[in-house]
Design a protein around this ligand. Structure first.
Ligand SMILES: [Zn+2]
Length: 442
């Protein structure tokens, strides 16, 4: 009886919030909204389909209908001859089929995939908690549970990611220290670790798009390799370079993906009732010139002005404060691509051959580990025109080799990459990254 009462009152609250939301949202200042609880979102019977774009007409039909059909683009390759992965709500599916564009179904029921993922995460969390209890160091920064490869066998909560990072810093205080890009919109630290003492800087971050969880884990894998890995080249890297690494560049969005909406990609600034600006369409170089949306509800909403998101502007400020940035990598998922500027134009930058050469070196080294194939090239031609992105900005301020990397896979699991692929992804990405470190001009 007691349980059903609780369920009833929760349901009532959810219903009330749902009913009140639209008008309520418009009347409230954004800061109040950001702190308010969010209604959990479910994706029962949402399909993810792959659409083959055969001609301009099909592309136009899709674009004309994307708002009405509530299409959520998982990939953004809007080119004839390419393919687009799109999430479609069940109520839109008949209308989508009537558009008569060729498609195949990648995921029949997205919620089932997310439920599986959640179950696995909860089981791993419980195991991880037990491990911490067994070593008797729960809640201390030096918990042994945060050392070694056990960490990379599962995804983790935001709180555990924070503790993991602190643990790496305190265990390796001779070669590592704490830093942050700044604070997110809701005041969370974009927390990072600085490793090495070299004169040349390397800046890496993951999870600027919050649903791309594998990027967090792979960036942490790179941290682990630099601190405790067996690669003999590391000592030389730490003399030559200083690494500035942030696993979760969009912490507010990441928390949303773990509490209310697993498919959330943006930050949490609210515009006209829609949650979030895309922090990778908001950078202040050629902002809003191509491949970014002015619709606040779209997943690639560019924001009301360049650098309106603290997440992007903090990283930009930090990058600008460093001299000699040899390599900058913004890790994303999915699609298996190692890309260089530009995104905003089809023209190639002056040092394109140098950057694309490094990307090819990376892809070769990556493939040698597990046979995984990555495509390389500039963003504009490799996937789609996109303006206001991190790498275009980084290149504009003199970073020698900025890369946008899309990690595993190519759509089989999409953003819910199984946890048993974390270590293989980390291994192959380390091979790619270290190949770049070996060849980068400083
Ligand atoms: Zn992304």
């Amino acid at each position: 009886m007691k349980i059903s009462c609780v369920q009833f009152s929760l349901a009532a609250v959810v219903a009330l919030v749902t009913v009140l939301s639209p008008s309520h949202v418009a009347a409230l200042p954004t800061s109040t909204l950001a702190a308010s609880p969010r209604v959990p979102k479910a994706y029962n019977h949402h399909r993810v389909v792959r659409i083959q774009i055969e001609n301009e007409g099909q592309l136009q039909t899709l674009t004309d209908n994307e708002a009405a059909l509530q299409l959520d683009y998982f990939t953004h390759n809007k080119n004839v001859g390419g393919h687009l992965d799109v999430r479609i709500p069940p109520e839109s599916f008949a209308k989508f089929e009537a558009l008569d564009v060729p498609y195949t179904v990648l995921i029949e029921d997205l919620q089932q995939v997310l439920d599986e993922e959640k179950k696995e995460l909860q089981q791993n969390e419980a195991q991880f908690q037990a491990l911490q209890n067994s070593v008797g160091l729960q809640n201390t920064k030096d918990s042994n549970a945060f050392a070694g490869s056990a960490w990379f066998q599962s995804y983790h909560s935001y709180a555990d990611h924070t503790r993991w990072l602190q643990s790496q810093i305190s265990r390796n205080s001779k070669k590592a220290s704490s830093f942050s890009f700044g604070n997110s919109y809701e005041g969370r630290r974009q927390a990072g670790i600085k490793i090495g003492r070299g004169p040349n800087n390397i800046v890496l971050h993951g999870t600027l798009h919050s649903r791309e969880w594998i990027s967090t884990m792979v960036v942490e894998y790179i941290i682990d390799q630099l601190l405790t890995g067996s690669d003999r080249r590391v000592a030389g890297y730490l003399r030559k370079y200083t690494f500035h690494i942030v696993p979760i560049a969009n912490p507010d969005g990441f928390v949303v993906t773990q509490t209310s909406d697993r498919m959330h990609r943006k930050n949490t600034q609210v515009t006209r009732g829609c949650l979030g600006t895309d922090p990778n369409r908001n950078w202040g170089y050629k902002w809003g010139t191509a491949g970014a949306s002015t619709n606040p509800c779209a997943d690639d909403y560019m924001g009301p002005s360049a650098f309106s998101t603290p997440e992007a502007s903090n990283i930009a400020r930090y990058l600008k404060s460093l001299r000699n940035v040899a390599v900058y990598i913004d890790f994303h998922s999915y699609s298996q691509l190692w890309m260089v500027p530009y995104g905003f134009t089809s023209q190639r930058p002056a040092t394109y051959n140098y950057m694309a050469g490094l990307a090819q070196t990376a892809a070769q080294a990556l493939r040698a580990v597990h046979g995984t194939s990555f495509r390389t090239g500039d963003i504009y031609h490799t996937i789609y025109p996109a303006s206001g992105s991190s790498v275009d900005y980084a290149y504009s301020i003199g970073v020698k080799a900025p890369f946008a990397v899309e990690l595993r896979d190519t759509g089989r699991y999409g953003f819910s990459l199984p946890a048993n692929q974390i270590i293989p992804s980390g291994q192959e990405t380390w091979a790619a990254f270290s190949a770049i470190l070996d060849k980068a001009q400083v």
